[in-house]
Design a protein. Sequence first.
Length: 202
Amino acid sequence: MIEALHRQPLLVVLRAFDPLELLPALERLQGLGVQHVEIAWSPSPHWVASVQQLRQHCAGLALGAASVVDCSGLDAAAAAGLGYAVSPVLEHALVERARELQLAFVPGVMSPSEVHQARLWGCSLVKLFPAAPLGRSYWQRLAGPLGGGQGLPHCIAAGGLGPDDVEAWLAAGVDAVALGGSLVDAAAWEALARLVERLESR
């Protein structure tokens, strides 16, 4: 997953209680050339079947589960055939369950203690959340105090960021940026299309 994000350091997060409602947005993202899309997990009994259908319709997308906060979400992601799962929280039980399922897992971190703990648990990729209130220099400010010869995990910045923020955050040292609630109007989608073109031309 880290290698894939190096090729396109962008993820888009979509939310709907019934994932099938997301099909038009997924098709649009696929048409724009977006590669990584997270579908928010929900306890709906139809979530797994719906996501399986989406995988068939959008085979060109690397789909993952977003907002996973308990092991049932990881189990659902694995059952749906998703390639990865992302959480807003750092929870040891989730890290261990993902390993059992052989599912790539990205825990959420915010404080230096959480970043350090994730590293001790072997998490090579973390989600900095919520990123916007922390500022884009925050991640690199952790590098010195937490370095110790080990270096920081790879980082996806998420929470409160829009298409126009992505390149500045990448330049500030994060490895990828996740976009979610910012894609609310035509202007945001147009900005996303321009962003994907710039990322592809790097």
